[in-house]
Design a protein around this ligand. Structure first.
Ligand code: ATR
Length: 304
């Protein structure tokens, strides 16, 4: 089955919901993967306003969709809309992947992808978070960094920054230096890390010494007119061994270009996008994701 083959009455569907969603590279990535796996499934994208997220999910349940990805602004709202939350969604406090499940004859809940022509009437939604692990996997694959013992400067304490901080701490990061424009967000995050992952030392503001990684989780760099997310008067990028930008469009943000000039190894957030999608597909299909096909499709879609 090729993704360019005609859609038939037997074709099954997954989708991403976001607002905006037009820029999303997930359909290209997932449809390439579905073609590589030979599945007669398609992956669609829908612009869904937050006030209609519940209705949109219910529509997909009624239409026997296999699964959903959720992006801005839905990841927190969805926590209250799921029938069940996987450990990952509870642990990291956000849902970016939904799996529709039904019960087999022994009463076991299975992904809808495991059912053939006859799908039971009673379907449940289970929320997962595949973003958090994707951060660690991308740091390891793209920069050769393992979280354990890592000293990190984290720029940004919004939704993405919070998940990065918690996941790094849970994986044994030694030091987190938290920086955010709105400093009042840092205290609660420091307290949460101290309570849940006390082995990680948390500092507010820039360090004076060396770190292994400086990670941009702010939205600065998406627009050409943006200022740098890091204050170079307070932190010399030479102090960092590596720099990671969660932004992947443009491929090299001014932050990454500056870090590279200052001798850092660098990587952008394409790996995060890839690995969160790969894990979502594995949750829906029960099969290993075709990483290479997904990576190629992403690069083609985003960089041409
Ligand atoms: P996401 O879910 O992508 O993390 P978010 O929760 O809105 O989005 O967080 C955006 C991050 O980028 C925040 O750290 C935000 O800083 P504030 O907490 O001060 O809002 C940061 N950010 C966005 N625009 C910024 C700007 N112009 N200058 C500095 N930081 C900015």
């Amino acid at each position: 089955m090729n993704s360019t083959d005609a859609i038939a009455a037997t074709t099954r569907f997954c989708a991403v919901f976001g607002q905006p969603v037009r820029h999303s590279a997930s359909p290209a990535m997932h449809n390439a993967a579905l073609a590589a796996l030979g599945l007669d499934w398609r992956y669609l994208a829908f612009e869904v306003p937050p006030a209609q997220l519940r209705e949109a999910i219910e529509g997909c349940r009624a239409m026997r969709f296999l699964g959903l990805n959720l992006t801005v602004p839905h990841k927190l709202l969805a926590l209250d809309l799921m029938d069940e939350l996987d450990f990952t969604a509870r642990e990291w406090g956000a849902v970016n992947t939904v799996r529709f499940e039904a019960q087999n004859e022994s009463g076991e809940w299975l992904p809808l992808g495991r059912f053939g022509a006859v799908i039971p009437d009673r379907i449940r939604t289970v929320g997962f978070n595949t973003d958090a692990d994707a951060i660690l996997r991308s740091l390891e694959d793209d920069l050769g960094l393992r979280a354990s013992g890592l000293r990190v400067v984290l720029l940004g304490a919004g939704g993405a920054g919070r998940v990065a901080a918690l996941r790094l701490a849970s994986a044994g990061a030694a030091e987190l230096h938290l920086v955010n424009r709105t400093e009042s967000k840092l205290g609660p995050l420091r307290e949460e890390i101290a309570r849940r992952f006390p082995a990680t030392q948390v500092f507010l503001g820039y360090p004076s010494g060396k770190v292994d990684l400086v990670l941009n989780a702010t939205s600065l760099g998406l627009k050409a007119s943006d200022s740098l997310p890091v204050d170079l008067a307070r932190f010399d990028l030479q102090q960092a061994g590596a720099a990671y930008d969660m932004i992947y469009r443009p491929a090299e943000t001014p932050f990454l270009a500056e870090a590279r000039r200052r001798g850092c190894r660098t990587a952008n957030g394409l790996g995060m996008l890839l690995y969160q999608g790969a894990r979502a597909l594995e949750l829906w299909s029960g099969r290993p994701a075709p990483i290479e096909a997904m990576h190629m499709a992403l690069k083609q879609q985003i960089y041409g």
